[in-house]
Design a binder for this molecule. Structure first.
Ligand SMILES: [Zn+2]
Length: 100
């Protein structure tokens, strides 16, 4: 084998290694993209679940202890939330979602 041919074979091996490496990097990127997309859709689902849990249901007769208005609603999560000021008497805090 001449020196030149040997060199060409080495270059070809190197090129193949580089190709393999590129393919591997692409796969990693794709995996990362997919996992980002999955975590976005997961957080959207969590948001949706949170909104559903804090959905403003029927008004109760007791007025809001925070703003005094008769706009306290029963939420599916068993707590109450003031439609006007978002106060949750059970938590003594404002609800983690905004009115919508
Ligand atoms: Zn209120």
């Amino acid at each position: 084998m001449s020196h030149g041919l040997e060199r060409m074979v080495e270059d070809a091996k190197l090129a193949k290694l580089i190709e393999d490496a590129k393919r591997h990097v692409m796969t990693e990127d794709e995996r990362r993209e997919r996992s980002i997309a999955e975590s976005i859709s997961r957080s959207q689902q969590e948001d949706e679940a949170k909104y559903n849990a804090w959905y403003l249901g029927d008004y109760i007769e007791t007025g809001c202890e925070n703003c005094g208005r008769q706009r306290v609603c029963r939420c599916p999560n068993g707590k109450h939330r003031c439609e006007k000021c978002n106060w949750v008497p059970e938590d003594q805090a404002y609800a983690p979602v905004s009115n919508h």
